[in-house]
Design a protein around this ligand. Structure first.
Ligand code: GTP
Ligand code: MG
Length: 453
């Protein structure tokens, strides 16, 4: 029987440096749309916000000119790039698109650059929100207006200042190998990155950023967004959390099919595949009902794309970033194999001689290894989890001393690993720890180049 395919909601990750306005941008999008009926209402999901197409149309912008066939946008916002790298699907990034938020007055900061490098490595389309335009001295606020309308109301000096700042961003993007332009001057989305000046505080430029995202989605990804709404659910585990009264739960972003209470599901644990059964599916209650005792509303089923909390037995040990697959119609073995494959199938090319890398999640490990590959730095072993004593000894006995290093991204170094370093025989091993990939790489390269001399 041929499956009915529909176009699912694209998943958009919001990325950028701390405090540049990621959360505010989403809050403002939620707040700007006054909604009276259920139909077309912006809804809060687990780890995500769903903005239906009607809500986007209501906000205006140049959207009316674009023929729309995507049902809306599902935004994911978590601090840092955690969400982007954790959320994997079929060995690639789960997010279909991204917004990189940059404070137009501060320009690029370390995490902005990191976000861009990750997006480049995964070939994920994105748009830049040049945020906080209301902070440009002399700015006259035109609340919620599309950018060109508000820009026309500014005096020449303010307009000039905004242009200068936008061109600074264009220059920085060019250093990283991206062509970009202010969005209203871009005619070919495939060749130029759009920069949309915005204010998350006043809502200016928000209609435009939504319009650009919809435009990107319908021009470049309607094929990849075709899913079967009837099929067994497939998703990625964003977080594993204990909830009072529910026990261990999974926050899941569902990207294909549907998930029902009672479904058999397969997820990956630390060292084994876990099979269990969905006991409940939970959605957060609307904001207005936040004081109600029950924070979650129980639903019987959910269709992609959506963020949902899954309660089930036996969830201890499930890893963030694990695939979640529903089993339906006797394909259990096949599903288990697929999940196992997806967890093991990290795209890292290992060499006999190279650095040892560690990260907190599979996706983070993959992001780090892609960047190392770009720098022609060989990797000998790539594993999830903290740095162990064994890692230190292994790094210390490697033939080429330029690779006697461990790179630990977002993951701690265990005390006995530090003890091992102190052992005189391993004191030549260096451990590089941190939460920004390119800084880790810079530190390693500096250390290596010093050793070379
Ligand atoms: P993290 O989640 O910590 O990485 O930060 P974030 O990027 O989510 O930033 P957030 O939205 O929390 O905003 C940080 C601060 O900047 C808050 O005090 C916001 O009110 C302020 N802010 C965000 N956007 C704007 C803007 O467009 N204009 C002005 N004036 N302030 C803004
Ligand atoms: Mg935030």
């Amino acid at each position: 029987m041929a499956k009915q395919s529909t176009i699912r909601t694209p998943i958009v990750c919001v990325m950028g440096h701390v405090d540049h306005g990621k959360t505010s941008l989403l809050d403002r999008i939620r707040g700007s749309s006054v909604v009276s009926t259920e139909e077309g209402a912006i809804t809060q999901h687990i780890g995500a916000t769903l903005v239906p197409i009607d809500a986007i149309t209501r906000m205006g912008g140049a959207l009316s000119k674009v023929s729309v066939n995507v049902p809306g946008l599902l935004f994911i916002d978590t601090p840092g790039h955690h969400a982007f790298t954790t959320l994997r699907a079929r060995g690639g990034a789960l997010a279909d698109m991204a917004i990189v938020v940059v404070d137009i007055n501060e320009g690029f900061r370390p995490q902005t650059i990191e976000a861009l490098q990750i997006l480049r490595n995964y070939k994920t389309p994105f748009v830049i929100a040049a945020n906080k335009i209301d902070r440009i001295p002399g700015w006259r606020v035109q609340g919620n207006q599309p950018f060109l309308k508000t820009f026309a109301q500014q005096n020449e000096r303010v307009q000039g200042m905004l242009e200068t700042k936008v061109y600074e961003l264009v220059g920085k993007l060019s250093d990283l190998g991206f062509n970009s332009e202010r969005f209203d001057r871009v005619s070919d989305f495939a060749r130029n990155i759009c920069i949309v000046p915005t204010s998350a505080l006043t809502g200016e430029g928000l209609p435009d950023i939504l319009m650009v995202l919809i435009g990107l989605a319908q021009r470049y990804m309607t094929e990849s967004l075709k899913v079967s709404a009837e099929g067994p659910g497939a998703g990625t585990v964003l977080e594993v959390k204990e909830e009072r009264g529910l026990g261990m739960t999974l926050d899941v972003i569902l990207y294909d099919g549907n998930l029902k209470v009672g479904d058999e599901i397969v997820v990956a644990g630390n060292d084994q595949i876990i099979e269990t059964k969905v006991r409940s599916l939970l959605k957060p209650r609307p904001m207005s009902e936040i004081l109600i005792e029950e924070r979650f509303e129980r639903v019987k089923s959910v269709t992609a794309a959506a963020g949902i909390k899954v309660a089930a037995p036996k969830l201890d040990g499930v890893i963030a970033g694990s695939p979640l697959q529903a089993v339906r119609g006797g394909n259990r073995d096949e599903v288990i194999e697929r999940v196992r494959h997806e967890v093991q199938d990290i795209e890292v090319n290992l060499s006999d001689v190279g650095v040892i890398i560690r990260a907190d999640t599979i996706g983070a490990l993959e992001a780090l290894s892609k960047e190392l590959e770009g720098h022609q730095i060989q990797v000998m072993r790539a594993t999830v989890g903290p740095v162990t004593r064994h890692d230190v000894i292994e790094a210390g006995t490697i033939k080429d001393p330029l690779y006697s290093a461990i790179i630990a991204f977002n993951t701690p170094v265990l005390p006995d690993a530090i003890d091992a370093l102190v052992d005189t025989s391993m004191s030549h091993v260096s451990i590089f720890e941190g939460g920004v990939i390119y800084q880790l790489i810079d530190d390693y390269v500096e250390w290596r180049d010093e050793k070379k001399q």
